[in-house]
Design a protein around this ligand. Structure first.
Ligand code: SF4
Ligand code: SF4
Length: 214
């Protein structure tokens, strides 16, 4: 059994269920019309049912007849958006090289750190690599570039309990690397003004996507 999100979520999609799901198994994409429950991860705790303002969530066996197909719709979302894994060391090396090339063209000396999806360091270079790592970690955990964060921002994909607040630094210069619903890792840059470290991060992310294995 699993819980399933049905048609009433379409057009509503307010994310209340995402905030309470202890398994972190409710996801969507900006383009998708609704949220979806991953049947392989749902622990059937019913928390999402309790908070949904439009009664969109049902146990699969209790779906109204006209919405039975939403079992396939929910599962299908996770087939289409399969986990894509993590950044590799080779990709991190290339991303750092892309940052170095941009910095050299701009007359900058910067530090750069690339993290994998778990927040482990793949590559760290420069005197301010620790600051760069904190920016990368923040982008990784919140699923958004650090210059877009507000003190009240919530993580897009992670549970708040996953975040090590001692590693968080909400200053510009951290970018996540996201494909589909997966955050593959992140890059952080430090040692230059905000606008420049952001451009360095963009060079790294652009490198990753121009060399995507997909
Ligand atoms: S039933 Fe529980 S685990 Fe399953 S999607 Fe709802 S909140 Fe998440
Ligand atoms: S709480 Fe209900 S309407 Fe809101 S995103 Fe979840 S299922 Fe959709």
């Amino acid at each position: 059994m699993t819980y399933v999100i049905a048609e009433p979520c379409i057009g509503e999609k307010n994310g209340a269920c995402v905030d309470v799901c202890p398994a972190g198994c409710i996801h969507t994409t900006p383009e998708a019309p609704q949220n979806y429950i991953d049947p392989a991860v749902c622990i059937e705790c019913e928390q999402c049912v309790l908070v949904c303002p439009v009664n969109a969530v049902f146990l699969d066996q209790e779906l109204p007849a006209e919405w039975v197909h939403f079992t396939e719709v929910n599962a299908g979302f996770f087939q289409t958006n399969k986990p894509l894994g993590t950044l590799t060391s080779a990709e991190a090396t290339g991303m750092v090289a892309a940052v170095a090339a941009y910095a050299a063209r701009s007359g900058l000396t910067v530090s750069v750190t690339v993290l994998d999806r778990e927040g482990s360091i793949l590559t760290a270079e420069g005197a301010d690599a620790e600051e760069a790592a904190r920016r990368a970690y923040t982008a990784l955990m919140y699923g958004i570039a650090t210059h877009e964060l507000q003190p009240t921002s919530k993580p897009l994909w992670r549970q708040p309990s996953e975040i090590d607040v001692s590693r968080v630094l909400m200053t510009p210069g951290g970018y996540p690397v996201i494909e589909g619903v997966e955050t593959l890792g992140a890059v952080g840059v430090a040692g230059a003004p905000a606008a420049q470290v952001m451009l360095c991060c963009q060079a790294a992310v652009e490198f990753r996507f121009s060399h995507s294995p997909l």
